[in-house]
Write a protein that binds this ligand. Structure first.
Ligand code: HEC
Length: 122
């Protein structure tokens, strides 16, 4: 009995590292594969939306006692006030005293809101 089972166990012992290596190389391929490009229309928060708020809004709407209690310095604050901010921008009430945002900047913020206010940065 021992003599017939031993070779079978030996074969499994020899083959299992092969399966292990195959599954490893498959995993590796998945990791090295580059991420697919984002859809052309998808707005990027960190590189496209945030700079507008930093340049045009955060000078006044910053953490200590901001106008109307609205801070606009980071994702949490901007996403929570996105609709009010967009309305004020669209109506040229904001940035207060400064030049109105361009049509392209307004459109970018609207698209970002319509896409679900994503944080994704590629
Ligand atoms: C020069 C300072 C200043 C800048 C820059 C500024 N704000 Fe304001 N913001 C104010 C003040 C002051 C108020 C309080 C209401 C008022 O005086 O009109 C206000 C109010 C608001 C309000 C609430 C009232 C409303 O009109 O809806 C929103 C929303 C707002 N700002 C968004 C923004 C956004 C978005 C930007 C950047 C595009 C911005 N603000 C830039 C000073 C500023």
């Amino acid at each position: 009995m021992m003599k017939t089972t031993k070779p079978v166990h030996l074969k499994i012992a020899l083959l299992s590292p092969l399966f292990f290596m195959l599954s490893c190389s498959a995993d590796k391929e998945d990791v090295v594969k580059p991420n697919p490009d984002p859809p052309a229309t998808e707005v990027k928060f960190s590189t496209q939306v945030l700079p507008i708020f930093q340049n045009s809004c955060a000078g006044c709407h910053i953490n200590t006692n901001p106008p109307n209690g609205i801070s606009l310095t980071n994702y949490a604050q901007i996403s929570a006030n996105a609709t009010a901010a967009y309305n004020a921008i669209q109506a040229d009430r904001m940035p207060k005293g400064g030049p109105a945002l361009s049509a392209a900047q307004k459109a970018l913020i609207k698209t970002w809101i319509d896409e679900g206010k994503k944080t994704t940065s590629y």
